[in-house]
Design a protein around this ligand. Structure first.
Ligand code: FES
Length: 109
């Protein structure tokens, strides 16, 4: 069983390497990204404008916003290039028995 507070999102097998998968949990958009043999959970909204990051390109541990090209570090949510200056929330992930869970703070739902 995952730790307390973690929300079930999907089975690990449905994730494709390097292809973000979008979810909506109680109205909150988030994206799961399998890359570099890890699964990352990131809020699915660019901090520069209301654009879905799951439609962007994954490269290593980064995802690039398709609209203006800011890349975000999937480990920290920090922007690596302008024009975005603010980080995007990232969430801890647990994988248990082939299932993927994320710890989603209530305040952001
Ligand atoms: S909307 Fe994402 S960088 Fe501008």
């Amino acid at each position: 069983m995952p730790s307390d507070g973690y929300t079930y999102l999907c089975e690990f097998d449905v994730l494709e390497d390097g292809v973000p998968r979008r979810f909506e949990v109680e109205g909150m958009p988030l994206s799961l990204v399998l890359t570099e043999k890890q699964v990352f959970a990131i809020h699915d909204m660019c901090s520069h404008s209301a654009v879905s990051l799951s439609e962007g390109e994954v490269d290593g541990c980064t995802v690039e916003c398709w609209l203006h090209g800011s890349r975000f570090d999937l480990r920290t949510g920090s922007p690596l290039d302008p024009p975005a200056t603010r980080p995007v929330p990232v969430y801890p992930v647990q994988i248990e028995d082939g299932c993927v869970y994320a710890l989603l703070p209530r305040s952001e739902r």
